[in-house]
Design a binder for this molecule. Sequence first.
Ligand code: NAP
Length: 239
Amino acid sequence: MKTIILFGASSAIAQSYIEYIKSLKTDFNMISISSSKILNSHCDSHFETDYSISNLANIVLILKQSHIELHQVIIFNGQLHYARNMPEKKLEDINNEYFSELMQSNTLIPLLCLQSLLPLLNHTTNCTITALSARVGSIEDNQLGGWYTYRASKAALNMLFQTAAIELFRRAKNTKLLLFHPGTTDTQLSKPFQRNIPKDKLFTTQFVAEQLFELTQSKHLKFDGKVDYIDWQGKKIAW
Ligand SMILES: NC(=O)c1ccc[n+]([C@@H]2O[C@H](COP(=O)([O-])OP(=O)(O)OC[C@H]3O[C@@H](n4cnc5c(N)ncnc54)[C@H](OP(=O)(O)O)[C@@H]3O)[C@@H](O)[C@H]2O)c1
């Protein structure tokens, strides 16, 4: 059965994604992986993880032993703020702890998730692997400044995915990598920054989930060793 793996599955967007796929009444095998003990009854199995290399490897070993047919992977992980830290407005706001924390959760952990999948990939596997990025990770698009660390963490994620895409084209050529910007979506992550967003530009998680599903299933995707860095409309974002 075609399998969909969702890393960072406690994300509000991920939860709507699971609900949406279930509502389509397809027969995908859905697997959620998260630091939380979330129990979304719509997923066929759930693994709790600490995102260490060894723990991710153990999970993938179990999946390999059950001979799953990998169809799609989405990596939702990403933070913008937490108790002690908000995104920077000016250079003086930069601090080691916040920088290290976001580089870990937004950049390294998605890469380790991708790394863990290697035993499931080969030239005949046909699947897409998508990480949730953000438009603010675009260097060319940066007109406003601020948010140093979050921008850098997503820009670095983009670079790592492009690098991995080149390698995977040699090692598992029917694997397509994507970087997806959901637009400002009504979740805990964007809550403190929603005040100036026009109503029609603040998306529901349900809307974003549908867009994400349609775009990652598109027949127009090219398995060409390049990453598609796209927004919720499927429009390319400048690097
Ligand atoms: N909401 C927006 O407006 C918006 C805009 C642009 C981009 N995005 C991106 O979309 C993605 C999902 O965002 P969301 O709005 O759904 O956020 P959310 O509901 O706050 O979800 C947070 C996500 O980050 C993971 N996470 C949190 N702390 C972590 C840590 N210390 N280490 C590893 N993973 C950690 C969670 O994974 P676990 O399940 O393992 O806890 C979960 O996947 C993020 O990558 C975000 O940057 C969101």
